[in-house]
Design a protein around this ligand. Structure first.
Ligand code: XUL
Ligand code: MN
Length: 346
């Protein structure tokens, strides 16, 4: 039953950043998009994740221009031998989406969100991906009474249905996060998104991308969330990273805060053959603001190294011993055994 998949890795251009945060400006020289894409292979990755306006310079331009730029991006990807993993409509920065997109009170905002989602699908088709990731960043509330929560669910399902009907091949992946930027997001956990998925016109084409940090912010365990989604055959991507407690979304190096929690994620992915249907191990990690220009990609390389090193540990776990310790209900010994495996002392 152990996994056979040879894992392949992806990240998005936003993971190479200039260090700006909410309290301070950029501290590193900006790197242009093409240079970032040229780094993907060099850093040991095969897949590229895109927001709509990572793949083209803007989506608020005539459609011909979007098509032209998306075709150029496709050429760049082909020349580099890279696979576009997904396109995500960036519905959280535009003035029209201040109060959210699909669930906004203003019908004009909702129409903008739907129109932008159709453009994201067009871009995905041109660059050669069938995956649309929805991080419903501003679908939620600061003030509880500001929205009708039942209507919000209806609107969300209607938006997903619109996308499924607009393109019969595209798949929708929800990326759930409980808060930030909103106080309460409408789709905080995997369970929430999967329950929405089964209400759509084509549940087979709706699944999830699970991000480590987001599950931790929801007080949940990432490996358990991943196992749950894989039971539903709906774990179509991950955003591995790490998170130190319940604060802002930190996007730390995979395993940097809690190596055992990272081990558990690699274990559940390996045991359940994640990747066997072409899924990528995606990273969503942020370089520390203190990093200098020349070292602002090591967080990506190091996260992948931690994953590959933990994969070796996972493979070496004595399955018979594991089964015996489970059967004898000796979970104290099981816990210690796993710790010794991680420390290389088993
Ligand atoms: C936000 C987040 C996003 C999504 C892509 O917390 O994780 O980067 O991964 O839109
Ligand atoms: Mn993410």
């Amino acid at each position: 039953m152990a996994g056979k998949a040879a894992f392949r890795f992806s990240f998005g251009p936003w993971n190479i950043s200039d260090g700006a945060d909410v309290f301070g400006p950029e501290v590193r020289k900006p790197i242009d998009k093409t240079k970032k894409i040229a780094l993907v292979k060099k850093l040991g990755f095969e897949g590229v994740q895109f927001h709509d306006d990572d793949a083209v310079s803007s989506v608020d331009v005539p459609h011909d221009q979007i098509v032209k730029e998306a075709k150029e991006m496709k050429k760049i990807l082909d020349a580099e031998g890279l696979v576009p993993e997904f396109v995500a409509p960036r519905l959280w920065e535009h003035p029209n989406t201040i109060d959210g997109g699909y669930t906004a009170n203003d019908p004009k905002a909702r129409e903008y969100a739907l129109e932008r989602s159709r453009k994201a699908i067009d871009i995905a088709n041109i660059i050669g991906s069938r995956n649309i990731v929805l991080w419903p960043a501003r679908e939620g509330v600061y003030v509880n009474e500001s929205k009708d929560h039942k209507v919000a669910s209806e609107r969300f399902v209607a938006a997903v249905n619109m996308m499924l009907e607009y393109d019969k091949n595209i798949r929708i992946l929800g990326e759930m996060k409980p808060n930030e930027p909103m106080d309460h997001a409408y789709l905080p956990t995997t369970g929430h998104f999967l329950s929405i998925c089964y209400k759509t016109v084509d549940p087979k084409r709706v699944g999830v991308l699970i991000e480590t940090a987001h599950t931790i912010l929801a007080g949940l365990d990432p490996a358990i969330e991943m196992g749950f989604a894989m039971y539903h055959e709906k774990l179509w991507s991950v955003h591995l990273n790490d998170q130190n407690g319940l604060k802002f979304d930190e996007d730390r190096v995979f395993g940097a805060m809690n190596l055992k929690r990272a081990f558990d994620q690699v274990f559940v992915l390996y045991e359940n053959d994640f990747g066997a249907n072409g899924e990528f191990v995606g990273l969503d990690v942020k370089s520390l603001r203190t990093q200098k220009d020349d070292a602002a990609t090591s967080h990506l390389v190091n996260s992948k190294k931690v994953f590959m090193d933990l994969l070796e540990v996972v493979k070496k776990v004595d399955r018979k011993k594991l089964a015996d310790l489970r059967a004898s209900r000796n979970y104290e010994e099981l816990e210690y055994y796993i710790i010794t495996c991680i420390m290389g002392r088993a």
